[in-house]
Design a protein around this ligand. Structure first.
Ligand SMILES: [Zn+2]
Length: 292
């Protein structure tokens, strides 16, 4: 397993006692606290339990077809809305899903979502299916989306964002070479699981995610809801792009991709750079195959 929490280790189990660069990590931490405070001041949400949907049971019940199994990590995940397709409070879900932030980098940003340290501790699979736009061609990969119960996030909205990102021409599908189909039953290649900081730490162990980072482990891309909800210092106010990044990065691990380094100052960062932690002199980039 490899956490994005420890930049000293990429594809091997992390010894929690071996975390390096504590000073650098401390700076990173303080940056997050500032961002979190701003988010808390700007957003009012109704926290509460996720609506009952198809219960996924424990964290490992979703059928896995057995994708690459190592654990790797990076910045977190989170989304806005509650497991939406099967019920819940429509008003709260739509409010969370509505873009409400400022325009940054030419994009209207979603509202930042404060995420509690812990939630229900169990995943619920988002019900329903979603097929890629292209009807044929390419290799079809099935995946499922899980959202921890009790997060202030709409599962339907999160699943829709994951599906859009995966099938974007700039994404791992590369315009149809791979096609991603979301399902709620049967074998899957990987799972994308939105998780509170506490559950992220548990699912990523022994990787050190410290309640702040995300990881990929055993075919499950564990997206830290706090990062998804609040963004990352390295992306500034561009929460929309950060969300795309964290989905692409963690699913990249599930597809077998390891970490990369920034190739040079001012260059667009490869998506497998641990961009939540540092850009290494590169420019932020959320996509595996960005357009020129
Ligand atoms: Zn990573």
């Amino acid at each position: 397993m490899v956490p994005d929490a420890d930049r000293s280790i990429v594809h091997e189990p992390t010894d929690p006692s071996a975390v390096r660069c504590p000073g650098q990590r401390g700076l990173w931490w303080r940056g997050w606290k500032v961002g979190a405070a701003a988010a808390l001041a700007a957003v009012v949400l109704g926290a509460g339990g996720a609506a009952a949907l198809l219960a996924a049971g424990g964290g490992d019940r979703a059928g896995s077809g057995g994708g690459p199994g190592g654990a790797l990590g990076e910045g977190g995940g989170g989304a806005g809305g509650r497991p939406g397709l099967g019920g819940g409070r429509p008003g709260a879900a739509s409010a969370l899903a509505a873009p409400a932030g400022p325009v940054v980098n030419g994009r209207r940003q979603p509202a930042r979502v404060p995420v509690p340290e812990s939630a229900g501790g169990r995943y619920e699979r988002v019900p329903g299916t979603a097929v890629p736009a292209r009807a044929s061609g390419g290799t079809l990969l099935r995946y499922t989306v899980e959202v921890e119960r009790g997060l202030p996030v709409a599962g339907g909205g999160f699943a829709a964002e994951v599906h859009r990102v995966l099938n974007d021409p700039r994404g791992w599908g590369r315009g149809g070479v791979l096609r991603f189909q979301r399902v709620d039953r049967g074998p899957v290649r990987f799972r994308v699981a939105l998780s509170s900081p506490a559950l992220t730490d548990r699912m990523c162990a022994p990787l050190v995610t410290g309640g702040e980072l995300s990881c990929s482990s055993g075919g499950r891309s564990v997206i830290n809801a706090r990062r998804y909800g609040e963004g990352a210092v390295t992306y500034g106010g561009d929460l929309a792009s950060y969300r795309e990044y964290v989905i692409n990065h963690e699913v990249g691990h599930a597809l077998g991709h390891g970490h990369q380094r920034c190739p040079g100052a001012g260059v667009r960062a490869p998506v497998m750079v641990q961009q939540t932690k540092s850009l290494g002199g590169c420019r932020p980039n959320p996509w595996p195959f960005p357009r020129d």
